[in-house]
Design a protein around this ligand. Structure first.
Ligand SMILES: C[S@@+](CC[C@H](N)C(=O)[O-])C[C@H]1O[C@@H](n2cnc3c(N)ncnc32)[C@H](O)[C@@H]1O
Length: 268
């Protein structure tokens, strides 16, 4: 059912909203104002949305969704908002995957990566895991439509054991910000996204290390682990993959400022 709009905003009011947002530091004040107006159901709700945005609350948490790979992904306050750069992880995984593949999305957050892969590939057998209960709730909403399975827990722990040795594609946008660098992140991430979504430990590699350590036993021969990382960390990720028996390869996308390391399980 479409949203019922029971108020009218004249040009003067829209201008005031834009000015309020711009003064608060919103770079895309016009676009954001239009979006807030189109999402609010009443004038009271709109006023509240504008004030929360002006106070620095992330736009996506206010409207309740984010655009990712052209799909509307439900996001609740606190969860990691899917980033544009992660669309490169989806592209790389989609390139290596086939319809019908068993795909695991570890550290799935809102389930954006798995949902986008399902949209691109058509039917896939999708399993997604996250440790944060709110993210799991969002992922269930986002992945429900593509009949995926979402589990709450630590990395591989909640996955059905029947998947061992059978996974074709294992994607993980695990937290990779070094603990000390968290204070340098924009306020929207630092203040409004759960810490467990960002903090990758001293070098930013703690969770990646744990993902890589068990990957070989879950991947099918010839299967791939794909991890988003930063250009700076990519060589360390490559080493970690190689130490764990995966054949590593680095891929970059300048346009999205994205780096993905792919590790392939050898056939023999
Ligand atoms: C950088 S966010 C990425 C979320 C999502 N994959 C995306 O790209 O939008 C990292 C996610 O990893 C989850 N996470 C952190 N440690 C985890 C663990 N040990 N087991 C499962 N999930 C974990 C966080 O809750 C968060 O949702």
């Amino acid at each position: 059912m479409g949203k019922q709009i029971n108020f009218y905003i004249d040009a003067e009011t829209e201008k005031c909203i834009i000015t309020r947002l711009r003064t608060a530091g919103c770079v895309f004040a016009e676009d954001e104002a239009r979006l807030l107006i189109s999402e609010a159901q009443t004038l009271g709700i709109l006023a509240d949305m504008v004030e929360r945005r002006a106070a620095g609350f992330p736009l996506e948490h206010i409207i309740g969704w984010a655009d990712f790979c052209g799909i509307r992904i439900a996001v609740e306050p606190g969860v990691f908002i899917p980033r544009r750069r992660t669309e490169f992880l989806v592209q790389q995984a989609a390139y290596l995957a086939m319809p019908g593949d068993i795909i695991v999305d570890l550290c799935c957050g809102t389930g954006a990566v798995g949902a986008a892969l399902a949209a691109v590939l058509g039917w896939i057998e999708l399993y997604a895991v996250d440790i944060d209960p709110t993210s799991v709730r969002c992922a269930r909403r986002n992945i429900n439509g593509v009949s995926g399975n979402v589990y709450e827990g630590d990395l591989y722990h909640p996955l059905p054991t029947k998947l061992r040795g059978c996974v074709h594609i294992l994607v993980a946008n695990a937290p990779y910000v070094p603990t000390e660098a968290i204070k340098l992140l924009p306020q929207e991430a630092r203040k409004y996204e759960v810490r467990v979504a960002l903090d990758g430990g001293a070098e930013g590699l703690d969770v990646q290390r744990r993902v890589a350590a068990e990957a070989l036993s879950w991947l099918a021969p010839g299967g791939h682990l794909l991890v988003e990382t930063s250009q700076r960390q990519a060589l360390q990720t490559v080493e970690i993959f190689a130490q764990n028996g995966l054949i590593p390869q680095v891929t970059n996308c300048d346009e999205l400022d994205a780096t993905v390391v792919i590790g392939t399980r050898p056939f023999l």
